[in-house]
Design a binder for this molecule. Structure first.
Ligand SMILES: NC(=O)c1ccc[n+]([C@@H]2O[C@H](COP(=O)([O-])OP(=O)(O)OC[C@H]3O[C@@H](n4cnc5c(N)ncnc54)[C@H](O)[C@@H]3O)[C@@H](O)[C@H]2O)c1
Length: 227
């Protein structure tokens, strides 16, 4: 039976594809205060601005492609059962070709009615004020905003409890509950953390290897190590 690897990815995973992270730019996401474009309050204050922001992010997906790091995660499937758990809302893991991907914070290519969090639909185009679902609710991106529940965490925890290896990539580990997920791994499971500017990790009983480098370079090293 193949060993299981859980890969927890954050915005840094997509940095080499040209998608910016937000904590690298003073807490701004593409020049916006994060609460303006990624919170229920921001949506209430200015829904047109929020829709426009995500329309631009969705359009950007058509101009970027998976990077070498994404490709290595696909190659690892030859030897391991790989489960990606991503905080990213882009679709680069899917486009690279990984089989098992869980999005913790939603997806840019999905929309839902503003009051129907469990009914999302695939959507590649722009969304405008006045675009509605079949219940007459305004459409919004199917993204988990700050202050909203993270329902996918209930699937992520048991996956983490059963894994043999954990690889964490490109995350500042400041957004919970995602940042706490590694603590569900069994204590004999090795944890690798790739990030050029890694956060401090405390109170983890596991063997921890920090690779302070980009996702693609760090993954090349881990791929060799795991062979
Ligand atoms: N691509 C996306 O989908 C995207 C982009 C920006 C923000 N977000 C959202 O914002 C939240 C941000 O939290 P977060 O912790 O994921 O991101 P973050 O912006 O807080 O942190 C990004 C991390 O990536 C690291 N990094 C930068 N370049 C890297 C590289 N080449 N290789 C590896 N790591 C690199 C940084 O050092 C930093 O620690 C997430 O919930 C996510 O949904 C998503």
């Amino acid at each position: 039976m193949k060993k299981k690897i859980v890969v927890l990815t954050g915005a840094g995973m997509s940095a080499e594809s040209g998608i910016s992270t937000f904590r690298d730019s003073n807490g701004l996401w593409e020049n916006h205060d994060i609460m303006e474009v990624a919170s229920p309050e921001g949506w209430q204050n200015n829904p047109a601005l929020v829709l426009d922001f995500y329309n631009k992010r969705r359009a950007q997906l058509k101009e970027v492609k998976p990077n070498r790091g994404h490709e290595i995660l696909v190659e690892l499937e030859q030897q391991f059962e790989v489960q990606i758990i991503t905080q990213n809302v882009d679709n680069l893991h899917e486009r690279a070709g990984n089989t098992n991907i869980l999005h913790l914070h939603g997806e840019l290519v999905k929309v839902r009615g503003e009051f129907s969090e469990n009914e999302s639909m695939y959507w590649e185009d722009d969304i405008y004020i006045g675009d509605k679902n079949n219940k007459g609710e305004q459409l919004r991106p199917d993204i988990v905003w700050f202050g909203e529940a993270v329902p996918a965490i209930d699937k992520a925890i048991p996956i983490m409890q059963q894994t043999d290896i954990v690889i964490i990539i490109g995350t500042s580990l400041q957004v919970y509950p995602a940042a706490g997920l590694m603590h569900y791994a069994k204590s004999n499971v090795p944890v690798y953390y790739i990030d050029p500017n890694p956060a401090s990790i405390y109170d983890l009983p596991n063997q921890l290897e920090v690779l302070a480098m980009s996702a693609s370079v760090g993954l090349e090293k881990i791929q060799l190590q795991l062979q």
